[in-house]
Design a protein around this ligand. Structure first.
Ligand code: C2O
Ligand code: CU
Length: 470
């Protein structure tokens, strides 16, 4: 694995800090944030010299794309221009947007053809750490670099010394630092396209400069196609204050390890040890036999900042409807397929195919016995607007799957039948092999919404479904 050679550049840091573009005041005092994103091929430096630069696909020439930042209550307007050689869309991951703005090609909008522009416009009801990415040919488009963070700030953000975004990514590069080809069946049928080069904000990092004693709000975004991260901060006990952008009762990460499946985010408070000149390793050991050092936190020589008040800030909840469990309608959704699974056959485009026939068709994952195919998708579930649903998600496979729902946030109530301590809110839940989770939510956003695995090669291999709220 390539890692640990280069320091995050100033540009990387600036990107991570984000820029406010074109803030305007609407009549009535509400703010509008106006952005333009151009998706186009671009050369970027992911890995250090003497390696060459990498021919990537980027928003505004940057990988990740610019951090879009606005305050809660703002109306966001983003004009997306497609200069890629194929159609694209943008999905606003985790944001509860109107269906027509959700960016799912052929479901919520026509794809943005090369040369065309589409303008997304929506209000921002929730604060938190979100992200944006294409929802067309996702494995390739994200795998080539199209993604960026989207931060919705609290009206009164908690006091910290620095608010930092780390967009974590994983690339499969050749020796010439070129992006390896897509469409690998081994990836699709196993763990997805796990790469060989991990970046923070688009750079293979070596050191991340900190000030002794400072309090950092670190927003972690897993923007990788398939890699799951489990981060440890040596000598530190990060306090989790939000998951998937949704506030959660502050707590130490279990085993002091922050686990993020693709698509997932965590906001943590990191109180850097008051030891000038000290260095602390940040390691990722999700795959125990492939643990590595991601980066080192390096404290400068300045005297430690002192912070008399060490209480961890509690974020106020977003205005999400609370599920009424007594009246909930129950459903079970089972994810099956892949190698070393038990799926013998599944439906593809209205025909029952054996696993071997599915593999030959380049699809091998099913949701409730149906493999998402090329034809227009029929809703798997019809939900009544305003009602509470309690859904048991069952991973009947040998692989982990981060399952993501569009348009809503849900509560994770139980895992394998045991209550989850904080019943956290989120838009994704990581299901380890042969486990299940109970989630609940109020179906209050009308439209057809995707439910899919965020391992993009699994999604492409059929692990997605539609849920209709009407
Ligand atoms: Cu982040 Cu359907 O995606
Ligand atoms: Cu999956």
């Amino acid at each position: 694995m390539t890692h640990g050679r280069w320091r995050i550049t100033r540009r990387g840091l600036l990107q991570g800090a984000g820029a406010l573009a074109g803030l305007a005041v609407l009549p009535g005092g509400a703010k509008a944030a106006d952005y333009r994103l151009v998706a186009a091929p671009s050369r970027v430096r992911l890995v250090p010299e003497p390696h060459p630069e990498t021919e990537a696909w980027a928003y505004d020439g940057m990988v990740p794309g610019p951090t879009l930042r606005a305050r809660r209550g703002t109306r966001l307007r983003v004009a997306v221009e497609n200069r890629l050689p194929q159609p694209t869309t943008v999905h606003w991951h985790g944001l509860r947007v109107p269906n027509a703005m959700d960016g799912v090609p052929h479901v919520t909008q026509a794809p943005i053809e090369p040369g065309a522009t589409f303008v997304y416009k929506f209000d921002l009801p929730d604060v938190g750490t979100f992200w944006y990415h294409p929802h067309a040919q996702s494995s390739e488009q994200l795998g080539r670099g199209l993604k960026g963070a989207l931060i919705v700030d609290e009206l009164e953000p908690p006091a910290v010394d620095r608010d930092i975004v780390w967009v974590l990514d994983d690339w499969r590069l050749t020796r010439a630092a070129a992006i390896a080809e897509f469409g690998n069946m081994m990836d699709m049928s196993h763990a997805g396209r796990i790469g060989n080069t991990v970046t923070i904000n688009g750079r293979v990092p070596e050191r991340f400069g900190v000030r002794a004693g400072e309090r950092i709000r670190l927003r972690l975004v897993n923007a990788a196609n398939a890699r799951i991260f489990a981060l440890r901060f040596a000598g530190h006990a990060p306090q989790v204050i939000a998951l998937d952008g949704q506030p959660v009762a502050p707590h130490r990460a279990e085993d002091d390890r922050v686990v993020l499946g693709p698509g997932m985010r965590a906001d943590v408070i990191l109180d850097v040890k008051p030891e000038p000149g000290a260095a602390f390793a940040v390691t990722d050991d999700y795959y125990p036999r492939a643990a590595y050092q991601l980066v080192e936190l390096a404290a400068g020589p300045e005297p430690a900042l002192s912070r008399p008040d060490r209480t961890i800030p509690i974020l106020s909840p977003n205005p999400v409807a609370v599920p009424d469990l007594a009246k909930a309608t129950r459903h079970r959704i089972t994810f099956a397929g892949g190698m070393m699974g038990s799926m013998g056959a599944a439906m593809l485009d209205g025909r029952e195919l054996s696993m071997r026939e599915l593999m030959a068709a380049g699809r091998m994952w099913a949701v409730n016995g149906v493999v998402a195919g090329a034809h227009a998708m029929q809703p798997m579930l019809d939900l009544k607007r305003g009602e509470t649903y309690l859904i048991e998600l069952v991973n009947d496979t040998a692989w982990p799957h981060p399952i993501h729902l569009h348009g809503h946030v849900f509560r994770v109530l139980a895992r394998d039948g045991a209550a989850v301590p904080r019943a956290e809110w989120g838009d994704s839940v990581l299901l380890e092999p042969r486990t299940r989770a109970d989630i609940a939510f109020v179906a209050d956003n009308p439209g057809d919404w995707m439910l899919h695995c965020h391992v993009l090669e699994h999604q492409e291999g059929g692990m997605m479904a539609l849920i209709r709220v009407a």
